[in-house]
Ligand binder design. Structure first.
Ligand code: ZN
Length: 280
């Protein structure tokens, strides 16, 4: 079934005391993660609407996510699972379920959907909640890159507490990519985005447009690349974007790369859960 192929949900639940291997058991998993009791879920509608959004998720991202949701406390796992199926009690759902008269956000005038809570609430943005999630992930990337630089390269990151320094010949622009790796012969610009899925391709395109001028300028100086790294706000990495980054670094063990990806998956789920808890 498509769900299992896409998400690789391998979780034991109370209702079925075995590893779930079939899509037909998904309602049981939802029962466990949402209420602990039995609840009927229309799997057909989930397949038709929500799961289609995950067709671009690679097996690697799905495996990392499946492992990550087993790591945190139960309430974070419940959040992660219900975020995937959009069955969390945000106001748009509560209104749909007849439990609230309005679907409005309690922080801003917009409709409170899951996407709004995790990525687009102007008040959450103002209070830098998305920045904290972004910087947390960026710190993991920066640490990994710093320890896997090719000889002769330097790296800088736009992070609180870090000194952001660029090659003199590109430092005069206003653009501040999240990470810049450079040597005498090359410049690599790295931008991290944590968009709502689906929407990774669009997020990458926005970043490419934003930094097109800087990249063009860098290319007049030396060999230059622009790499976007995407991690969905529900915790699925864009594995291809990570592979592009690895190809620009010194050789790293597969176990090190997977540990980085697992750490980032866990961080995004945990930070998105924090954002969720502060939605009202
Ligand atoms: Zn809002």
């Amino acid at each position: 079934m498509e769900l299992h192929a896409c998400l690789k949900l391998v979780v034991t639940c109370h209702c079925v005391p075995a590893v779930l291997t079939s899509c037909t058991l998904w309602p049981c998993l939802l029962s466990y993660c949402s209420t602990g009791g039995c609840r009927q879920v229309d799997t057909a509608s989930l397949h038709d609407n929500e799961y289609r959004n995950y067709s671009q998720i690679t097996d690697r991202a799905a495996d990392l996510w499946s492992q990550a949701v087993l790591t945190p406390p139960d309430h974070v796992m419940r959040f992660a699972l219900n975020a995937v199926t959009d069955t969390l009690p945000h106001n748009a759902n509560l209104h749909l379920w007849g439990k609230k008269p309005s679907s409005g956000c309690q922080l801003c005038p917009e409709r409170q959907t899951l996407q709004h809570v995790l990525n687009h609430c102007s008040v959450a943005l103002e209070r830098r909640r998305y920045n904290q999630r972004h910087d947390d992930v960026l710190r993991s990337l920066f640490k990994f890159i710093s320890s896997h630089l090719q000889p002769g390269h330097q790296v800088t990151a736009d992070l609180p507490g870090e000194h952001y320094c660029l090659r003199q010949d590109v430092a005069t622009t206003d653009s501040r990519p999240d990470i810049v790796i450079w040597s005498d012969q090359s410049i690599i610009l790295v931008e991290l985005t944590i968009p709502f899925q689906p929407g990774m391709d669009a997020a990458a395109e926005r970043k490419q447009a934003k930094y097109a001028d800087l990249l063009a300028r860098c290319r007049t100086i030396c060999h230059s690349h622009f790499i976007t790294i995407e991690v969905g706000s529900r915790g699925f990495i864009n594995a291809t974007s990570f592979d592009k980054l690895y190809s620009q670094l010194s050789r790293s063990k597969q176990s090190e790369r997977r540990e980085l990806e697992a750490e980032i998956t866990r961080k995004v789920i945990a930070r998105s859960h924090d954002i969720w808890c502060q939605r009202n």
